[in-house]
Ligand binder design. Sequence first.
Ligand code: FAD
Length: 312
Amino acid sequence: MSVLVIAELDSHGIKAATRSAVTAASQFGEEVHLLLAGNDVAGIATQASAINGLNKILLVDATEYAHGIAENLTPLLVQLAPSYSAIVAAATSFGKNLLPRAAALLDVAMVSEVIQIIDATTFVRPMYAGNLNATVKAPAGLRILTIRPTVFEAAAATGGSAVVETIAASGDAGQAAWVSRDLVQLDRPELATARVVISGGRSLGSAEGFKATLTPLADVLGAAIGATRAAVDAGMAPNDSQVGQTGTVVAPELYIAFGVSGAAQHVGGIKDSKVIVAVNHDADAPIFQVADYGLVADLFTVIPELTAALKG
Ligand code: FAD
């Protein structure tokens, strides 16, 4: 048997998170295949076959797979599933949308957000906003899992030589149609993959204050800007900047939290960061329990000073 990884695509081709899923899939000790489904994706097959650790690319090129519509991809997965011992995707919005649908139709217990593969049926996944890690055993037979891309190093984009096999499309399920996409134009690194993330809490006070205070520092550091849910709910920061259990899980080399209390739901999304720095004027703020470096100070004093020092 083999393990099937589902490729997630963007305008550059295969996303890095998919290569993390390849690394995870390799740990089953079986052949690893990649499902490359999309519209006009034949060119991406070359990129896919170069990914280290893959044995085969299943290429399916059809209009119904444009834009990664889960309603159309699910029947394809259900069709392919009997040939595989496991199906793996990254726990991104795409993977979290697609795999539970296939798991339900196949009557398989889904294992979500896996952070460690102990053996082919035993996995570790966080629970209760990351407050504990559960070791779960999947029943024998098909396993369907999403893996947390921040904890599995992405497989090398080069060095592989997987064979490419073209397979038949499963057709349009007729349940959803693509209308349009409103793309946020990012002028800084993407939150999920940034090497440095700086985050602000509701203590920033307003949308204007949030932007004016954090942007100059983010510019100097080349950092992505994150926010707590309280800041997002208060309209200070956009939804897609929310970091945490119900936002983006990040694992940058450096995470700096300004005026963030350190609620479990926030900490659950940052604790794989290599270095966590917290600035909070309350010495008892819970964020200091997870911080590698803490500064008890007013953020409105620290941020301009830090920005000026880094510029100088
Ligand atoms: P607060 O808790 O109000 O903390 C503000 C902090 O700023 C305080 O520690 C204060 O001492 C400090 N401060 C104030 N002024 C200054 C200053 N001038 N200088 C320095 N420090 C200052 N939250 C998330 O972030 N992400 C999630 O994904 C998430 N998911 C959730 C899911 C559920 C189901 C629930 C119930 C909650 C979730 N939350 C999430 C909300 C979470 O519980 C907290 O309410 C939220 O993280 C708190 O945000 P905050 O730290 O900005 O605000």
